[in-house]
Design a protein around this ligand. Structure first.
Ligand SMILES: NC(=O)c1ccc[n+]([C@@H]2O[C@H](COP(=O)([O-])OP(=O)(O)OC[C@H]3O[C@@H](n4cnc5c(N)ncnc54)[C@H](OP(=O)(O)O)[C@@H]3O)[C@@H](O)[C@H]2O)c1
Length: 330
C-alpha cells in the first residue's frame, strides 16, 4: 500500500489531523527540552562529603532535585512539613539513588517557630552546609493570616526562606564554599513590591498575585543577600524552573487543575523542571557567580526592575529582619 493511499484513506478525519498536530507539537517540545536544557548527564560534579538541604523535597521539583543530589553522593536533608509525606519520599529516593545518606527534617516554612526549631536541630547535626535549595512554595491561597500574623503565601514563599537562610548562614560560611539556590518563577514579572503584603495588608492583589509578588520578593532578597555575602565563599542565585507539571496547583479550583492537567502534555515533567535548579546547584562554571537570576533555559536574565532597586531591597531586608525577629538576640 503506497503512502498516498494511506493518507487519502477516509479514516483520516479532522480529529486524526488534530491528534497528529498535537503529537507533533508534543514531540517538538520534548526535542526542545532535550537539546536546549543544560545537559545534566555531562556534569561530573561529585558531592561526596557534601551536605545539601532541600525544602519541599517530598514532591515535584524538590523531590527530583534531592534524588539527583543523593545520586551524586551528597548527604541530603529533605526538609518537609509532613513527616508522612517526607518519609514516603525518602524511601522512594533511597530506592532510586541507592543512597543511605538521606535525612528527614520536619519544617513548616510558614511558621517562624518551626523554622527556628528545625534550624537548631539541623545545625547540631550538620555544622557545615554546602547547598541550600529554597524550593518549597504554595500558590492558590487568598490572603490568609498565620497564627504568627504573617500572610501564609508570603510567609511560605518569602519570609520563611529569608529566615531559614539567615539562620543557616554560619553553616554555609563554615563549609568554605557553598551555594544558596532560590527557586523563583517566571510569574515574578507579574508582581510588585509592597512590604505590607507580608502581614496580609497593603495594596489589593488580584487572584494569585500574592504568589507572583512573593516570588518577586525572593528575587530582591537574592540580590541583597549576594551583596552581603560577597567574599564569604557563599553564592546565592535564583532560577525559574519553567512550566512544570507538579502539585503546585493543588489549592486551585478543580477547573484550573483540570486545565493544568490538560495542558500538562506540553509542560516539563518534574525531572526536566529540576534541571535548571540542578544547574545552579552543580555547574562548575557557576563557581563564584552570585546575585544573578537564571531563566528556565539556564541563561542569566535580569529580574524585574523592582527587584533590582537597591533602596527597595534594603528596606525589604530591614522589614524582614524585624518581622522575623532576627534583630533580637535569643
Ligand atoms: N510547577 C511549576 O510550573 C513551577 C513554575 C515556576 C516555579 N515553580 C516553583 O518550583 C518550586 C517547587 O514547586 P513544585 O512545582 O515542585 O510544586 P509542588 O509539587 O507542589 O511542591 C511544593 C513543595 O513545597 C512544599 N511546601 C508547601 N508549603 C510548605 C510549607 N509551609 N512548609 C514546608 N514545605 C512546604 C510542599 O509540601 P506538601 O507536599 O506538604 O504540600 C511540596 O513539597 C516552587 O518554589 C514553585 O513556586 C514551579
Amino acid at each position: 500500500m503506497s503512502l498516498w493511499s494511506v493518507l487519502s484513506s477516509p479514516a483520516w478525519g479532522p480529529g486524526s489531523v488534530v491528534l497528529i498536530l498535537v503529537l507533533l507539537l508534543r514531540l517538538s517540545v520534548q526535542i526542545w527540552h532535550k537539546f536546549y536544557l543544560w545537559d545534566l548527564q555531562h556534569c561530573s560534579t561529585d558531592l561526596t562529603g557534601k551536605t545539601a538541604v532541600v525544602t519541599g523535597a517530598n514532591s515535584g521539583i524538590g523531590k527530583a532535585v534531592s534524588q539527583e543530589l543523593a545520586r551524586r553522593g551528597a548527604r541530603v536533608i529533605l526538609a518537609c512539613r509532613s513527616r508522612e509525606r517526607g518519609q514516603q519520599a525518602l524511601a522512594e529516593i533511597q530506592a532510586t539513588s541507592k543512597s543511605n545518606r538521606l535525612l528527614l527534617g520536619e519544617v513548616d516554612l510558614s511558621s517562624m517557630a518551626s523554622i527556628r526549631s528545625f534550624a537548631q536541630r539541623l545545625l547540631q547535626e550538620c555544622p557545615e552546609i554546602h547547598l541550600l535549595v529554597n524550593n518549597a512554595a504554595v500558590s492558590g491561597f487568598p490572603t490568609t493570616l498565620t497564627p504568627e500574623g504573617l500572610d501564609l503565601t508570603f510567609a511560605t514563599n518569602y519570609t520563611g526562606p529569608f529566615l531559614l537562610t539567615n539562620l543557616l548562614q554560619g553553616a554555609l560560611q563554615r563549609a568554605g564554599s557553598a551555594r544558596v539556590v532560590n527557586v523563583s518563577s517566571f510569574r515574578q514579572s507579574h508582581g510588585y513590591i509592597d512590604e505590607d503584603h507580608l502581614i496580609g495588608a497593603g495594596r489589593p492583589l488580584t487572584f494569585n498575585q500574592n504568589y507572583d509578588c512573593s516570588k518577586l520578593l525572593l528575587a530582591s532578597f537574592t540580590g541583597k543577600l549576594a551583596q552581603r555575602l560577597q567574599g564569604t565563599g557563599v553564592t546565592v542565585n535564583s532560577v525559574d524552573p519553567g512550566v512544570v507539571y507538579t502539585k503546585i496547583m493543588k489549592h486551585f479550583s478543580w477547573s484550573y487543575r483540570f486545565l493544568f492537567w490538560l495542558l500538562s502534555f506540553f509542560f516539563k515533567d518534574s525531572k526536566q523542571g529540576a534541571v535548571p535548579v540542578l544547574y545552579l546547584s552543580l555547574a562548575k562554571e557557576l563557581d563564584g557567580v552570585s546575585g544573578k537570576h537564571f531563566s528556565s533555559s539556564c541563561v542569566i536574565t535580569l529580574p524585574p526592575e523592582a527587584a533590582q532597586d537597591p533602596h527597595v531591597a534594603q528596606s525589604l531586608w530591614n522589614t524582614s529582619v524585624r518581622l522575623t525577629n532576627l534583630d533580637k538576640v535569643d
